[in-house]
Design a protein around this ligand. Structure first.
Ligand SMILES: *Cc1c(COP(=O)(O)O)cnc(C)c1O
Length: 457
């Protein structure tokens, strides 16, 4: 026992001593109690002391069928007996080929080519570079079209290209001198409408403004980048019904490519395999990551149409090649996990079973609106954002210093739930495999944690 206690204390010391955590003010982190995960099973995470928690944000929006899912474990172990990694530059490998075929079969029709990488940021970065390069060199391209349109409150990753099309000031303004210009349109954040209107009386004014922007800039814009249905990282902002479809129509009207960033919303999170399916939309380019490997290994894919792909063909010396490729692109272990992920979707009818959970979650969320500091509750599929305000009428925001979201998730931890806030928005996004009982516990603990923090205000 003593040895384990010693090991745990040493891990805590070394975590603070050696690791620089992402999106984390380390000055605070080193003072707080640490939580070090040792194991996971289903929707449960276990820390080094044996304490158990519900994985309420699916290990940052990645996990799909639970941890230690037998089919995924077995697939990876079997692949390990063959090979862990070989390069895709000039060669190919078996799982990468099999997965590409499988994902094209289920992706919105018209997306026929798969370019692999290893994170959501790179998947978007690749989408941007493809959309740019196409215009420069394709027969049907237009070299004047060099810019991008994106939405305020959007998040597309942390690399310089994906930050350039991002619209969250807190994350992005520091880097403004490093970024390329992108044209920003107001996002449909209905709870805090940029035009002071309310849906549906607004006639979706944000779409009219988007069309204005497109009509002014069409000659210089290659693509619009959008998170379909839900702007995740800015606090689960939901687009009104028909919005995405209309964006597709506008992109067609103004000859602008539509890049759908399905990194967060893909793989069932919205209740369908891809968010674009809700509005029968095929983007020109689609970025996938997070849930792609079931939440097991870093993998991403950028899918494109045949038309875009053809724009990169030519004699070698024309240099129409897409000169891009990350070293671990198409990694066999990650691809085999991604294949197993899709097989579980099929074999266990995951999306069918999910519908009852989504309805149950919707009912459970009704009571949250009674809490005095809950301003808005947003849900799309299994994705939830609960926005906390100082006052429901004024929709006042808490001072940053109060770290209200952070305080709520600390309370949740004490009660056996791991969640992560986005500012003052409490996010819930459990694995699709969560049971009804676990879903109830997730809601109970979240409710209690919000109440525990806000009743003192
Ligand atoms: C998380 C996320 C990304 C970035 O993915 P990483 O794997 O963290 O690089 C990009 N777009 C969206 C919509 C995301 O939610």
């Amino acid at each position: 026992m003593e040895a384990i206690e010693d090991r745990n204390r040493q891990l805590e010391i070394d975590d603070r001593k050696y690791i620089w955590h992402p999106f984390t003010q380390m000055q605070d982190y080193v003072k707080e109690e640490s939580l070090i995960i040792e194991k996971g099973d289903g929707c449960t995470l276990t820390d080094i002391y044996g304490n158990e928690y519900i994985d309420g944000v699916s290990s940052l929006w990645t996990n799909v069928h639970g941890h230690r899912k037998k089919e995924l474990d077995v697939a990876i172990k079997k692949q390990l007996d063959k090979i862990a990694h070989s390069t895709m530059l000039g060669l190919s490998n078996v799982p990468a080929i099999r997965y590409a075929k499988k994902i094209v079969e289920i992706a919105p029709s018209g997306l026929t080519r798969v370019f692999y990488s290893d994170s959501g940021s790179t998947a978007v970065e690749i989408a941007l570079k493809i959309a740019f390069q196409y215009q420069q060199q394709a027969e049907e391209g237009n070299p004047e079209k060099k810019k991008f349109i994106s939405l305020y409150n959007s998040y597309h990753g942390d690399t310089i290209g994906s930050v350039s099309v991002g619209g969250i000031d807190l994350f992005h303004s520091m880097y403004k001198h490093l970024l390329f210009e992108s044209i920003k349109a107001e996002s449909p954040y209905c709870y805090r409408c940029a035009f002071g209107k309310s849906y549906p009386g607004c006639n979706v004014e944000c779409l009219s403004r988007l069309e204005e922007i497109m009509s002014i800039h069409a000659h210089e814009v290659t693509a619009m980048v959008i998170e379909p249905l839900v702007q995740g990282a800015s606090g689960m902002l939901l687009q009104p019904p028909g919005y995405l479809r209309k964006v597709r129509e506008l992109c067609d009207k103004y000859s602008i490519f539509m890049i759908a960033d399905e990194v967060a919303v893909g793989f069932g999170k919205t209740g369908k395999m891809f968010a674009c399916e809700h509005e029968d939309v095929t983007p020109d380019i689609m970025a996938l990551a997070k849930g792609i490997s079931g939440g097991y290994l870093p993998l991403a894919a950028t899918l494109t149409t045949e038309k875009i792909y053809n724009g990169f063909l030519g004699e070698y010396e024309e240099f129409k090649t897409f000169f891009h490729g990350h070293t671990y692109t198409g990694n066999p272990l990650a691809c085999i996990a991604a294949i197993a992920n899709l097989e579980v979707f099929e074999e266990e009818n995951v999306l069918d079973k999910l519908q009852a959970k989504i309805r149950h979650l919707k009912e459970r969320l009704l009571s949250f609106k009674d809490l005095k500091n809950v301003g808005d509750v947003r849900q799309c599929g299994i994705m939830v954002g609960i926005e906390l305000v100082t006052d429901k009428d004024t929709k006042g925001t808490f001072p940053h210093k109060e770290r209200i979201g952070h305080r709520v998730i600390k309370e949740a931890r004490k009660r056996g739930l791991i969640i992560r806030p986005l500012g003052d928005v409490i996010v819930l996004m459990p694995p699709l495999s969560i049971s009804m009982d676990e879903l109830d516990r997730l809601c109970d603990i979240t409710y209690e944690s919000i109440r525990a923090v806000t009743e003192k205000i």
